[in-house]
Design a protein around this ligand. Structure first.
Ligand code: NG1
Ligand code: MG
Length: 517
């Protein structure tokens, strides 16, 4: 399927465009004194369940939401000296300008400095690689087209709603659109495939959930995103209920977690911990893993497949089938207990290297240098248990959503799905240690005032929370959060800030283009 393209003179525009395009076009005109050629847009997302398992290649359940990044672009005819100028509606992000190498080489990204233009450059980089792949003669040695760019977004940054993915996906789409004939139709599959790794260029060893959700979002649908055997996003609706509807309230803790800055002790460290756990399991059960990610030799999903190939003679990797998945993940939880249960205090570098029969130097080279990390011990038991149990919960949630199961009452649905969300929060907090006081407080208040399931969403350590709420309880949840959390925690909070802190968002369409006449 290709990325939708809308025209100013064409058929009805989606709400996301009618509401926001006029402002981004006006912003562009003010800065550059001319009209843009097109607008590229990509949304943020909320993850309903399946946290910190995408980088172990286990499936997740996010949905795209109606906060997004819009990028208005004019393609310049400046082949002799092409450059890109970036302006942003948000005054925290000052104007930037850089040249495009004349020999067609990539623009360099300095990941050691934190600058908003780095995210643009990530999208530029992966799009440039893609262009070289599909049109090697055209883009091998020639420069990309110069651009004037104006960005306007309302995905809160550092909040777990994927402002970074929204920006990068919108950028990559804009670069491809600017350098290919206007008749070219980029597929969702291609945009998703090239953007999933883009943030590695700013130093975050992330999985692919956010980009898949941002690219493939659909009105009124949540997404089941699979990474293996192939990257795929399937849209599905929530079950029809008798007398109410499903709403997701998204409440921001307003505690910003800068992913890049905290990566060595938080995000990237977790990726190391779960990868090392997979290899310790592989060593213990005598199976070998093939390299599949950025670190080491394999992940917890690879271990599960290798274990079943060896001990149950199932050579084909698990293909996502729910019943088999549930059975295998339960088995994995037993193995985690067997392997790490007596070593819950965690592994030092010496202990981890010994468990893998490798030297400290090799271990450091394999796991601790590509993306720098800082730690005392690696908590293999807790992290592996989280990943397998969270993956199980995703399959349970999918079963509830898609089985066509008739619920005895609406409340039964809320209790089942909400229960899984609450268990996910418990596991993120206790085993993965990615929650925080503010998140815990918000979840407690929401649950006491009409939410059936409350949890952090995205990487955590602050950022946003998501709550499963029947329509009739939305107001009581909001009111309780305002009175008992926001006004207490942030006494000087303004009404505008409050409005932005709590969103009730419907699932929306993913990446799209708007062509001006
Ligand atoms: P957020 O916090 O939205 O950036 C991050 C990762 C995801 C996923 C979640 C945790 C990036 C770009 N994204 O999301 O891939 O691992 O954390 O489930 O780092
Ligand atoms: Mg992000």
């Amino acid at each position: 399927m290709s990325i939708p393209i809308f025209h100013s003179s064409g058929a009805a525009l989606p709400k996301a465009l009618t509401e926001k395009c006029p402002a981004v076009i006006a912003g562009f005109e003010k800065v550059y004194k001319s009209k843009p050629d097109f607008v590229s847009r990509s949304p943020g997302r909320v993850n309903l369940i399946g946290e910190h398992i995408d980088y172990a290649d286990f499936s997740v359940l996010p949905m795209a939401i109606d906060v997004d990044m819009l990028i208005a672009v004019k393609v310049l005819d400046d082949k002799k000296n092409p450059s890109i100028t970036l302006a942003n509606a948000d005054e925290r992000f000052a104007q930037r300008k850089f040249d495009l190498p004349l020999d067609g080489s990539f623009v360099t990204i300095d990941a050691s400095i934190s600058d908003w233009s780095n995210y643009f450059k990530c999208g530029l980089h992966v799009a440039h690689e893609f262009l070289k792949e599909i049109e090697p003669t055209k883009f091998g040695k020639a420069p990309l087209a110069g651009l004037e760019v104006y960005c306007q977004g309302n995905v809160p940054t550092g909040s777990g709603l994927s402002s970074s993915a929204a920006f990068i996906c919108a950028t990559a789409l804009a670069i491809v659109r600017s350098n290919m004939p206007t008749s070219y139709k980029m597929t969702k599959q291609d945009l998703m495939r090239i953007t999933v790794v883009a943030e590695h260029y700013v130093g975050v060893n992330n999985g692919g959930m956010d980009q898949a959700a941002s690219v493939c979002g659909q009105d009124d649908h949540a997404l089941y995103v699979e990474f293996k055997p192939e990257l795929k996003a399937t849209a599905f609706k929530f079950p029809a209920l008798k007398s109410t509807a499903v709403e997701f309230v998204i409440a921001n803790t307003l505690k910003v977690s800068n992913k890049v800055e905290t990566a060595p002790t938080n995000y990237n460290l977790r990726v190391v911990e779960v990868t090392v756990a997979a290899e310790v399991l592989a060593a213990k059960y005598g199976v070998s893993l093939k390299k599949s990610g950025t670190l080491g030799k394999g992940n917890l999903r690879d271990f599960m497949n290798a274990y079943y190939a060896k001990y149950h003679n199932v050579p084909k990797p698990w293909d996502g089938d729910v019943t088999t998945g549930i059975e295998r993940l339960n088995k994995m939880l037993e193995l985690v207990q067997e392997t790490f249960g007596s070593h819950k205090s965690g592994y030092t570098v010496d202990e981890a290297s010994a468990a893998l029969n490798t030297s400290k130097e090799e271990f450091t080279k394999d796991y601790l240098t590509t993306f720098p990390v800082r730690f005392q011990v690696l908590k293999l038991y807790q992290r592996a248990k989280h990943v397998y149990s969270e993956s199980l919960r995703v399959l349970d949630a999918l079963k509830i959503m898609t089985s066509g199961q008739k619920f005895a009452s609406d409340e039964e649905f809320f209790k089942l799905f909400g229960g899984l969300m609450n268990q996910s929060q418990e596991s993120c907090d206790k085993l993965y240690e990615c929650s925080c006081e503010e998140t815990d407080k918000i979840c407690e208040i929401a649950l006491a005032n009409g939410s059936y399931g409350s949890r952090l969403t995205g990487a955590g350590w602050g950022g946003c929370t998501v709550h499963l709420v029947p329509t009739e309880n939305v107001e009581s949840v909001k009111k309780a959060l305002i009175e008992q959390f926001y006004k207490k925690q942030y006494p000087t909070i303004t009404d505008t800030e409050l409005k932005e802190a709590i969103l009730v968002s419907k699932p929306t369409i993913g990446s799209c283009l708007y062509e001006l006449a």
